[in-house]
Design a protein around this ligand. Structure first.
Ligand code: ADP
Length: 347
């Protein structure tokens, strides 16, 4: 596990294994329960309704966006709304062609196959997936050398819902085989407030509007994090208060966890701090920052950067990443005076 994942467990963008059960409990099961992502939901509702009317399966769907935004949840919703099963796996879990064959040949008609982290499928597995997606068949090669023959095996029609945090890493032939593309973006505070209020009621926790808003504000736009923070604050409020998740006790609990008023954790601050202290605020390449804070460039690009870019603390330039004036102020540091006064480069 990288230092990134280790140190900032509370804000880790991936689900920890012990969270699986908890996440399942809170996962919306229908479009009506799924909060936010209105464009994606509206469009998928139409696709599902049309497929149901024609008694066909939904076109293959590619969902992309940062971790914890509801891609797995949406795959489950599609399966439920189609009244079929969800079979979930992930790119790294399908090691060999035979693994994929096993999964595909066991699917029932109209099932939804969910492949998380689809950009991590091996080449061989990916190539097997092409005919499966295109005309619901797989090709077996039997015998070797001059006797080698290919047998075509028909599959039952299914829908592939694939998710990726790195759409740029998908090969063109794979990308072209999806009929529906949906980008999931960070949630607004209002949406996160609805999610945390709903989750609290499922868990039987008492929360007031001040507590809900505070958790939503510090959840970096991500439902997975809103639910995780809720769990931490619920424990804290039970031990240090009367159990009610109110504004003040929430601030107290999250300050102690190292989650600041904008939802940044220690890793986020270390990342920004490294650019400020070692590279004069940037521009600097992510590899250099990763080496400075002894972390992996890939996990920083996937888990730390997107939200900092979203809130404008980080700016992408052709020469690398630059820390914004607002981020300097948030870190309690003096922004450099640029040529245009007022921080010059800094908008
Ligand atoms: P991803 O697959 O994108 O990493 P998940 O689908 O696993 O994210 O979502 C993480 C958790 O966040 C889920 O357990 C679910 O409870 C919650 N969640 C995600 N999206 C929503 C949503 N739109 N409304 C309510 N809760 C959500």
């Amino acid at each position: 596990m990288s230092a990134a994942a280790d140190e900032s467990k509370i804000l880790s963008r991936a689900a920890a294994p012990e969270e699986a059960q908890f996440e399942r409990q809170l996962r919306p099961r229908s479009f009506a329960e799924y909060v936010g992502q209105e464009e994606a939901v509206a469009s998928l509702r139409v696709s599902v309704a049309a497929a149901r009317q024609r008694a066909e399966c939904v076109d293959h769907v590619l969902l992309y966006g940062p971790p914890g935004l509801g891609k797995t949840t949406l795959a489950g919703v599609i399966a439920n709304e189609m009244a079929t099963n969800l079979v979930a796996t992930s790119g790294p879990a399908i090691e060999r062609g035979a693994d994929l064959m096993g999964i595909l040949t066991n699917l029932s008609e109209k099932d939804v196959l969910f492949i998380d982290e689809v950009h991590r499928l091996s080449r061989v597995v990916e190539e097997l997936l092409y005919p499966a997606m295109e005309d619901f068949s797989v090709n077996f090669v039997i015998d070797r050398g001059m006797h080698a023959r290919t047998l075509k095996y028909a599959l039952r029609p299914f829908t592939l819902v694939a998710a990726t945090t790195r759409p740029g890493m998908l090969s063109a032939p794979l990308r072209e085989r999806f009929g529906i593309f949906q980008h999931l973006d960070f949630y607004s505070e209002g949406e996160l407030t609805r999610i945390v209020t709903r989750s609290a009621s499922i868990l039987g926790a008492s929360i007031d509007p001040g507590g809900a808003a505070e958790i939503a504000r510090r959840a970096r736009g991500t439902p997975r994090i809103v639910n995780r923070l809720l769990r931490r604050v619920r424990d804290y409020a039970q031990v240090h208060g009367d159990g009610l998740i109110a504004g003040a006790i929430t601030r107290d609990a999250l300050d102690r966890e190292g989650v600041d008023a904008r939802g940044l954790d220690r890793l986020d601050r270390r990342f920004l701090g490294a650019i400020v202290d070692h590279y004069g605020g940037g521009p600097v390449g992510i590899e250099a920052v990763a080496a400075t804070i002894n972390d992996e460039a890939e996990s920083l690009a996937e888990m730390v950067e997107p939200y900092l870019l979203k809130i404008g603390f980080l700016v992408r330039t052709p020469a690398g990443r630059r820390v914004s004036r607002e981020a300097y102020l948030h870190l309690g540091k003096q922004p450099p005076a640029g040529p245009g006064g007022q921080g010059g480069l800094f908008q």
